[in-house]
Design a protein around this ligand. Sequence first.
Ligand SMILES: NC(=O)c1ccc[n+]([C@@H]2O[C@H](COP(=O)([O-])OP(=O)(O)OC[C@H]3O[C@@H](n4cnc5c(N)ncnc54)[C@H](O)[C@@H]3O)[C@@H](O)[C@H]2O)c1
Length: 271
Amino acid sequence: MGRFDGKVAFITGAARGQGRSHAVRLASEGAHVVISDICGPVDHNLIKPASADDFETTIQAIAEAAPASKVLSRQVDVRDAAALEQLGADAVAQFGHIDIVVANAGILNWAEFNDYTTEMFTAVIDTNLTGVFNTVKATVPHMIEAKRGGSVILISSAAGIKGQPFTLGYTAAKHGVIGICRGLANELGEHNIRVNSIHPSGVATAMGDANGLMEIITKHGATMGPLFMNTLPTLMADPSDISNAVAFLASDESSMITGLQMKVDMGTTNR
Ligand SMILES: NC(=O)c1ccc[n+]([C@@H]2O[C@H](COP(=O)([O-])OP(=O)(O)OC[C@H]3O[C@@H](n4cnc5c(N)ncnc54)[C@H](O)[C@@H]3O)[C@@H](O)[C@H]2O)c1
């Protein structure tokens, strides 16, 4: 018996990194999974794009870890509300319901303020904030209709809680995700659908490998360095550390928890 037997989980940004880890974890505990990713570049994203091969690796990893888990996979851009809504509708047509949503897809860019352009700002808002809204729009109406309750998990960041410099679009978007989380938690409580956000700090993924950002931080090290320091003696979390939080919030063990900002941040936002 797995904690998610009979459940269906909808996960965006699942081609690699944390999204892949969440998909494999939820599947290995019994869920069927609906996974999506753009599998290609996004303008003004300074992180190396994920590929269709990466996405295929996720599908293989799920098959190995959870052979009984059924997978609906599709290349979808979270900025494309219509395509995401189609995926939500197709998920319900195939599996009957959606129980768990993990809005995980994200991009990152950085520059000192004078070099940080409106286009960079807008690009991050479009994927990291509007993309989260599009994800819940594509899934939550089906969850309400099914009357099965459920768990919506929004992946924010330590940058959603503290004033992370040099990444203004990202910092604004990740703060905005808290607004979606808290407002939606209040709207959906009567349907027993819980909405919580997770706030990782550095995670060892392609995004965690943001060397250009580290160069700017180092340049301003005396004043900015402490902002990025952790309390625990670990520099980077593993994606599985974040999946532990996702699995908890997806499970009935957190059935009394909604509207929470769960920090999986090695203490950085506590400084
Ligand atoms: N890695 C970190 O240090 C860190 C820290 C805090 C929060 N996060 C957040 O965790 C989440 C996962 O990031 P990750 O660390 O796995 O990085 P990652 O770059 O490995 O994965 C992000 C995935 O999102 C996909 N994606 C990007 N834009 C998309 C779009 N428009 N539509 C669909 N898919 C899109 C990418 O293709 C990629 O597969 C993101 O929301 C990120 O902001 C990451």
